[in-house]
Design a protein around this ligand. Structure first.
Ligand SMILES: [Zn+2]
Length: 401
């Protein structure tokens, strides 16, 4: 793969402030088609790109109307687009949020797979946060911008394949999404037939890319070169990293193609994605593996673990407290690694609540911050994986005594 030319980012902050560009630019000209032709163009035609109405407001200026796939939705206003130019050019893109507020600091792909956040002074956000204007200097070719790193369905499939290859895991299709895209599971068998079942989920909410990065680093640390295989062998592992391929493909904020938040469908199982996950879990239980632990990877505004309430009568008892204590013991930072949110979403049909209510076993939602430094995400995940391996090792020792 040929790296794209490194794109210089122009710091136009001062000029923008003087020009008062925090006010939305008045729309002019025809809709989207006009954005896709001309010397400087804007397109939204790749995996994860939504299809927002686009207006050209000048030769190299555009306005995107950022609206969710369904009304009244979790405020995760995703966007992803390409800018194209023949010659080096300045370009402006206004993100207009009629009903929501700007949330994600734009990121730019400076080389294949390498992303950086735009500097603050290249992004002018209006006081009510319903408009943000990005100012860029783009080089010849295509420049990709996203609300987070763009990780396409093809990238995700390649990662699963490579991960399965390097860890010896089994990869198989357990079902299809609403629009017929495959849902894949990775699994690692236990050494003994009745071993407890550990389930790891990801990808339910499309814009939550830090959760994807966190899950990958966690799995690499747990099952990669440093893996403690004798500990891993004591458990049956079922991993479902990408549960919402339709939502990812279309650049949804939250839902699958059936218009539902999949993490409010654990229990009802009305959607093919959650129904496939449930069937895969049931198949493991039918084979004698009792549910032991569920971890579900997401992103929100901070690094936080949403755990069952402290007093919950679950087995293993007090898993969250013990795991978190080990994480903090392993963590090299001066501040705690994760915040903790016990009793979050009690009574809602989320994966963790369903797991605890159905199997009396702990389910934990692992959340990374939208803006958490990517090296910190890796460090948090590696620490959490080491702590989990220690926990499981000690649990096996205790049960063997
Ligand atoms: Zn989420």
């Amino acid at each position: 793969m040929t790296p794209k030319p490194l794109l210089r980012l122009l710091m136009l902050g001062a000029a923008l402030t003087a020009a008062g560009c925090a006010t939305p630019v008045a729309p002019s000209g025809p809709q989207s088609a006009s954005c896709e032709s001309g010397a400087v163009r804007l397109t939204q035609d790749f995996s994860t790109a939504p299809d927002y109405a686009c207006e050209r407001t000048d030769d190299a200026a555009f306005k995107l109307t950022v609206l969710p796939e369904d009304p009244d939705i979790n405020p995760s206003p995703w966007y992803a687009f390409d800018l194209h130019t023949e010659r080096a050019s300045e370009a402006q893109v206004a993100l207009d949020y009629p009903d929501y507020r700007h949330r994600y600091q734009p990121r730019i792909e400076i080389e294949d797979g390498h992303w950086v956040a735009l500097p603050d002074d290249a992004v002018m956000v209006s006081e009510d946060r319903q408009n943000a204007v990005l100012s860029l200097e783009i080089g010849p070719g295509a420049t990709r911008i996203g609300a987070q790193e763009v990780i396409s369905l093809a990238d995700r499939a390649m990662w699963r394949t490579a991960f399965a290859d390097r860890t010896g895991m089994t990869r198989r299709v357990i079902g299809e999404s609403r629009q017929g895209r495959p849902i894949e599971a990775l699994s690692r068998p236990a050494a003994s037939p009745g071993a407890p079942l550990i389930i790891i989920l990801g990808g339910q909410h499309p814009p939550e890319v830090p959760g994807v990065l966190g899950l990958r680093a966690f799995l690499d640390a747990l099952f990669g070169a440093e893996a403690n295989t004798s500990v891993l062998d004591g458990y049956q592992w079922l991993i479902l990293p990408d549960l919402n391929p339709d939502g990812v493909e279309h650049g949804h904020w939250r839902h699958n193609a059936g218009g539902l938040d999949l993490n409010r469908d654990w229990g009802p199982f009305t959607q093919p994605e959650t129904a496939a996950a449930f069937a895969a879990i049931q198949a493991q239980i039918a084979n004698g593996h009792a549910p032991y632990l569920l971890l579900d990877f997401h992103a929100t505004r901070r690094d936080v673990l949403y755990t069952p309430p402290d007093a919950a009568e679950l087995t293993p008892f007090a898993f969250s407290e013990d795991w978190i204590a080990l994480i903090e013991e392993e963590w090299s930072g001066t501040e705690p690694a994760f915040d903790r949110g016990p009793s979050h979403n009690v009574g809602m049909p989320t994966s963790k609540t369903w797991f605890a209510d159905t199997y009396a076993a702990p389910g934990v939602t692992v959340e990374y911050g939208d803006d958490t430094d990517r090296d910190r995400i890796t460090a948090l995940s590696q620490t959490a994986a080491r702590a989990l391996a220690r926990y499981l090792d000690e649990a096996q020792t205790v049960s063997a005594e």
